[in-house]
Design a protein around this ligand. Structure first.
Ligand SMILES: [Zn+2]
Ligand SMILES: [Zn+2]
Length: 381
């Protein structure tokens, strides 16, 4: 079988730059990866073909030879039958961190010998009250995390003993074998890639090298935080390999709803009932805000459903900027009960009103799909 042109394999033009070659390869590698196409031999072949093409085109020297002499040029150079494992050292980077999810570690075990691994990030979901989101708060949390076992200093071996070199892989952590033109390295199953096996495990951690410990953390919830925002506590995640930093703890905040304020970013919305005379003649009403009541002017001839903006009375800005606005939707209230006097006054009023034909309100004056805040008319403020 004759080899396909590498540029054709990656579906790129000959002069394509490094970045585009990388992204073309990434697309193919994800599409044809064996973990995504279990048992599909054709996909596996395509995957290997793309990997081979990439190993050449991503290497300026090899690419130069290939551009001048084609496949024949590469066959003449040493080590041409194996994929250069160093090509895959940046594999996580190419796949945008998906490498582990798709198990590239096993397929390209040979190329992924990395330094000590940083600890895993931990995520903690924290519910807070609306008031705490407004004012900010100092929080205390107690979080369990795995830390290096003090008894064995992380080796996992009982005191006075040392882990033995793995007899299966001779301490390499990987077993290599030839598969077509590829040298495939798989993580050693006996030692799970560690290269060493523990014969007498540590009593405290049962050979894990880590023990779970409760950690007390104190941190500040910033005023103005919103649901979905996270506070990152650097270095408070799980311990990494020896010599590598721990991961981070991400405290993801969920703010409870307020009984009547609806939040949209930094702006707050609420409905305010106003009586008919005030809507018609204008006047003032007292409305609640996050810091006490405030008096709001209702302009003359205000329509039910009109929105009034009170600047700066919304949520505080989480980054210390200016606060959002409070937007009031005024609704006319119809009283359930009337005094005799009120009833007779309204009857008198009614008699003075010309009976009008009802005209429906035009559609564009009703709501729309736009966010609430965009629909606010700046009536005052
Ligand atoms: Zn231990
Ligand atoms: Zn082994």
């Amino acid at each position: 079988m004759s080899k396909r042109d590498y540029y054709e394999v990656l579906q790129v033009a000959q002069g394509t730059d490094e970045q585009d070659i990388k992204s073309a390869y990434r697309k193919l590698a994800l599409k044809y990866h064996p973990d995504r196409n279990p048992g599909d031999h054709a996909a596996e072949e395509k995957f290997k073909e793309a990997a081979e093409a990439y190993s050449v085109l991503a290497d300026p020297q090899k690419r130069g030879i290939y551009d001048r002499f084609g496949h024949a040029g590469l066959d003449a150079s040493p080590n041409s039958s194996n994929i250069d494992p160093t090509v895959f050292s940046g594999f996580d980077d190419i796949l945008g961190g998906l490498g582990d999810i798709f198990g590239f570690g096993d397929v390209f075990g040979g190329g992924r010998r990395r330094g000590p691994q940083r600890g895993a990030d931990l995520r903690y979901n924290l519910k807070i009250s609306f008031d705490d989101a407004v004012a900010g708060k100092e929080m205390k949390l107690q979080i369990p995390r795995d830390e290096t076992c003090e008894q064995c200093s992380g080796s996992g071996a009982a005191s006075g003993t040392q882990p033995d070199t793995c007899p299966k892989c001779k301490g390499r952590g990987q077993i290599h074998y030839q598969q077509g033109f590829l040298t495939v390295a798989r993580t050693c199953g006996h030692c799970r890639g560690a290269g060493r096996v523990i014969t007498k495990p540590c009593q405290v951690c049962q050979g894990r090298g880590q023990t779970s410990r409760e950690r007390k953390l104190t941190f500040q919830i910033p005023s103005g935080i919103d649901t979905g925002e996270a506070i990152i506590l650097t270095g408070e995640g799980e311990f990494g390999d020896q010599g590598a930093p721990p991961g981070d703890l991400q405290v993801v905040v969920h703010v409870n709803e307020h009984p009547f304020f609806i939040r949209e970013g930094a702006h707050l919305f609420c409905q305010v009932p106003v009586d008919y005379p005030t809507m018609v003649l204008g006047g003032t009403v007292k409305v609640p805000t996050l810091n006490g009541d405030t008096e709001v002017i209702i302009p003359r001839a205000t329509k039910s459903g009109a929105r009034l903006r009170v600047r700066g009375k919304g949520m505080p800005d989480v980054n210390g900027g200016s606060p959002g606005d409070l937007v009031l939707t005024v609704q006319i209230v119809t009283p359930d009960k009337l005094t005799k006097e009120q009833r007779s006054l309204i009857e008198k009023l009614s008699k003075t009103m010309v009976k009008q034909k009802v005209k429906p309100i035009a559609k564009e004056n009703l709501g729309s799909d736009r966010p609430l805040y965009d629909r606010v008319k700046d009536i005052f403020g």
